[in-house]
Design a protein around this ligand. Structure first.
Ligand code: FPP
Length: 236
């Protein structure tokens, strides 16, 4: 099962406690660690996390800087652990706008973990579904212009493969935390057939039990996911 998560509500979680917004993001990063760890036992094979959207650059400079510092630190400290957990990490989005050292860290982590066979973790940073589609279209048009492919060869499979998710399966379920009922430019093409779940809890309060409940709810409302139980997933 592939699950995508829009991790919303860090700011509100912090402000409602009289804390700076960054405190919410820091706590959000801790939730990322736990949720990643919980995936294998819940039968989640691929997890895609929306960490920073193309729209997030419009936030106050100190919040953007703080988030970048957090990514830097999180990537560095989680590196060994993710590798030990057999997680394969990939990044979605356009890295070119990020600081060089963050790009290097992303490349290093992707390279280090590329043959891992456990959870496939996609982290979307400077990601927007429309931006991804525009970049894919540019790549395909270049192949047409250079004569490698004909216009008639362009089909849904080709477009899908040209996206940042490449040959990965589309998400079965997209979860958004913190109550808003929008997709916000997340996996625009890939979510065409996805189930959607909106939960009221903000991301800093989203635990393994919340993820397990979202999966159970999906299994009971949608016959195509059947009643595969978590024990079976554990053995797989
Ligand atoms: C949305 O909450 C959250 C973000 C823009 C950042 C998500 C980042 C993390 C969870 C931290 C680290 C992640 C990784 C992968 C290391 P919001 O600020 O929009 O909340 P609000 O709507 O309450 O203001």
């Amino acid at each position: 099962m592939h699950i995508g998560i829009i991790m919303d509500g860090n700011g509100r979680w912090a402000v409602s406690r009289g804390l700076p917004r960054l405190a919410g993001h820091r706590r959000g990063a801790k939730r990322v660690t736990e949720i990643v760890k919980s995936c294998p036992s819940l039968g989640v094979k691929t997890l895609t996390l929306y960490a920073f959207s193309t729209e997030n650059w419009k936030r106050a400079p100190q919040e953007v800087d703080g988030l970048m510092r957090l990514f830097r630190r999180h990537l560095r400290t989680q590196l060994v652990e993710l590798h030990q957990q057999n997680v394969r990490v990939r990044f979605l989005g356009d890295p070119s706008a990020l600081a060089d050292d963050i790009q290097n860290q992303m490349d290093y982590l992707s390279e280090l973990t590329k043959n891992n066979t456990g959870l496939h973790l996609n982290i979307a940073i400077n990601y927007g579904g429309r931006d991804e589609l525009a970049r894919a279209v540019r790549g395909i048009v270049n192949s047409v212009v250079s004569g490698q492919i004909s216009v008639d060869a362009i089909d849904e499979q080709m477009i899908g493969r040209a996206l940042d998710t490449g040959d990965q399966l589309d998400p079965d379920l997209i979860i958004r935390t913190a109550g808003e009922v929008r997709i916000s430019n997340f996996l625009t093409w890939q979510s065409a057939e996805s189930e959607l779940t909106f939960v009221d809890v903000p991301w800093p309060d989203f635990y393994k039990a919340n993820l397990a409940k979202a999966i159970d709810d999906l299994r009971s409302r949608s016959p195509r996911f059947g009643a595969v139980d978590h024990d079976m997933a554990k053995e797989a």
